[in-house]
Design a protein around this ligand. Structure first.
Ligand code: CTP
Ligand code: CA
Length: 220
């Protein structure tokens, strides 16, 4: 079914992929993060590379061998934004697969925070929204693809993000299904195009989700 992989459909195209979680430091020994494994972004990066693209990866802390790509390893959302922003103008396609932390501690304590007898409070500030900021300077020949994982009103929230972030496609991960989400190798997705086109998948391996996404881009 997915023969196009051999046809180098994306020969010479420049593709930027953000993937993995970000880590937001609290003090020298602690951070806030999430369960993203980076696997979905990794499969997309591999699929584009096989299809002839020049792939740049901006990766948060993940346990993946990313040596086959031009890889920039980062820790925080601010670092991820800085690198993605610098590389953005030369890209044909940007895939925002990272699970970027929405907030970071307002200040990073210089010393390890000591345990109190009372409750503790960590003040948080908003992180940059990488997809939103880069969406503001997207050129007509650039294609932006985002992801969404929702636990309620899935389609409504996904479409809101599609429009707000000026994305061309948004891939909605089904959080409700067994065999879909952060840690497993399979996923079930709906792919929404800004034109209104929608494609739904069954529960399939993340490598096949990647092929499906490339196929959708090819079809426009
Ligand atoms: N995203 C990003 N930078 C952020 C937050 C999100 O680039 N600081 C990107 C993600 O990589 C994804 C898309 O935006 O492609 C949607 O991420 P999501 O966390 O679902 O959306 P948010 O706008 O953060 O909304 P919320 O978490 O409140 O649902
Ligand atoms: Ca978020």
């Amino acid at each position: 079914e997915f023969f196009f992989n051999r046809k180098k459909d994306f020969l010479g195209k420049r593709v930027l992929i953000t993937l993995g979680p970000t880590q937001e430091n609290i003090d020298p020994v602690r951070f806030i993060s999430n369960h993203s494994s980076g696997k979905m972004g990794f499969e997309i990066a591999k699929a584009f590379q096989h299809a002839g693209a020049i792939v740049s990866v901006v990766a948060g802390p993940v346990h993946l061998d990313l040596s086959q790509f031009t890889t920039h390893r980062v820790t925080s959302a601010n670092e991820m934004f800085e690198v993605a922003n610098r590389l953005h103008s030369e890209q044909d396609i940007c895939v925002f697969a990272a699970a970027v932390a929405d907030y970071a501690p307002s200040e990073i304590a210089k010393e390890k925070i000591k345990k109190l007898d009372s409750e503790a409070v960590i003040h948080l500030k908003k992180n940059p929204d990488i997809a939103l900021e880069l969406g503001r300077k997207k050129k007509p020949n650039q294609l932006h693809i985002g992801f969404a994982l929702e636990t309620e009103q899935e389609e409504r929230y996904a479409l809101e993000k599609l429009h707000k972030k000026n994305l061309d496609w948004i891939v909605l991960n089904s959080a409700r299904d067994e065999g879909a989400g952060f840690k497993v190798d399979t996923n079930k997705v709906s792919i929404f195009h800004s034109s209104g086109r929608v494609t739904h998948s069954a529960v399939i391996p993340k490598s096949e989700v990647a092929q499906l996404i490339l196929n959708e881009i090819k079809l426009g």
